[in-house]
Design a protein around this ligand. Structure first.
Ligand code: SF4
Length: 369
């Protein structure tokens, strides 16, 4: 009998129920047997989601402003305050985008913006309250940790007070953006936005007030495997503490039109992406849902990701302005996502922001009765 490789031994132990250590995670990310890692991640995905369903959401990214107070060298979206092509969306413009989303069967909006120097908490409360009044059941998934930290700096309120007030105003959940790599060695080189500890503290406050959030990772911005593993460890630790993350969504840096992209010559490859997805599915044993980032990886690799640990195809992306400004120009409608999911051997199912299944036919029938 041949002895199992070290990769296979780690995978066997994890499949038997042991928690992966930091050293094992590092070893896997530095090794190359992605077929075995993908098979193990697929097995864990199947155990977590035995119904063979892959979900997707119909929502829309709305960016309420591109004005931003800080500089991130990986970002092609922001404009400095006072620049000629800055914008702040009006309430009517946001409502028009929501109306279009609802017409397509959408259940929510992912709303984020730059870090506007003049917007205190009242601005965000007014916006949420007005939207909740007009769309009482539409899910407002808004404002990543850097925006919450910006409110903290402007309004001089602690994170928990901010989150409690935004929740009372109608906030439904928080997107996990702005994490990039949760290690200050990397963050400080590429951004002046909130630190690792601040990002984690915002998320702790989000979960403490009873809201859920996603967690993300954008790698390939000068990070090493050690930085990536520290990121995963910090997410796993916080999830052990709060249980508030609904999903983990890794993707790779998109370089076009960015200052960092002109300096970093090598981008993560498809293999790097699939390996990160599979290893994070195995390492983050306390997170239920993993999303394929077809927007950044393309539809074909995004589909393959469904066999590397992902159980969710993300959003149909009616509108996206941030990573598309940096070169990710993939698009898909609902029929395309359903087709890709079926062709990968799964049953497609629309979900809401908390990963609950949405039955549009039943909703329509209820309206007609
Ligand atoms: S990533 Fe966000 S915080 Fe950074 S510059 Fe872009 S808009 Fe501003």
């Amino acid at each position: 009998m041949t002895k199992p490789t070290k990769v296979q031994s780690i995978l066997d132990r994890v499949l038997a129920g042991d928690r992966m250590s930091v050293d094992e995670c590092t070893f896997l990310l530095e090794s190359h047997d992605i077929a075995s890692m993908g098979a193990a991640a697929d097995e864990v995905r199947a155990r977590r989601h035995p119904d063979n369903i892959v979900t997707y959401i119909i929502d829309r990214n709305v960016n309420y402003t591109n004005v931003c107070n800080v500089v991130c060298t990986f970002c092609a979206f922001y404009r400095r305050p006072g620049a000629a092509d800055t914008y702040v969306r009006t309430f009517d413009e946001i409502c028009q985008k929501i109306d279009e989303t609802i017409a397509l069967g959408g259940t929510g909006v992912l709303m984020q913006g730059g870090l506007h120097p003049d917007f205190g908490i009242e601005w965000y409360e007014d916006l949420l309250r007005s939207l909740r009044e007009k769309y009482p059941t539409f899910q407002l998934h808004c404002f990543s940790p850097p925006e919450i930290h910006n409110i903290h700096l402007i309004s001089k309120l602690d994170y928990e007070t901010i989150m409690a007030r935004l929740k009372a105003a109608g906030l439904y959940s928080l997107p996990g953006g702005g994490a990039e790599i949760l290690d200050d060695e990397v963050r400080k080189r590429v951004s002046t936005k909130c630190t690792t500890q601040e990002w984690l503290d915002v998320m702790r406050a989000v979960h403490r007030v009873g809201l859920r959030s996603t967690a993300t990772m954008m790698f390939g911005i000068g990070d090493t495997v050690e930085h990536q593993v520290r990121h995963l460890q910090r997410i796993r630790d916080l999830q052990d503490e709060t249980g508030g993350f609904t999903a983990f969504i890794p993707w790779t840096f998109q370089r076009e039109n960015t200052a960092l992209g002109r300096r970093i010559k090598l981008e993560p490859t498809g293999v790097d992406y699939l390996k990160m997805l599979a290893v994070s599915r195995l390492f983050l044993d306390n997170i239920e849902n993993f999303q394929s980032s077809w927007l950044t990886q393309g539809l074909r690799l995004g589909q393959v990701a469904l066999r590397f640990g992902a159980n969710d195809m993300g959003s149909i992306m009616i509108e996206e302005n941030v990573v598309s400004a940096a070169g990710a120009n993939n698009s898909a409608d609902e029929t395309t996502l359903q087709f890709l999911i079926r062709e990968a051997g799964f049953t497609p199912q629309q979900r809401d922001i908390l990963y609950r299944h949405v039955n549009r036919d039943a909703q329509l029938e209820a309206v007609m009765v």
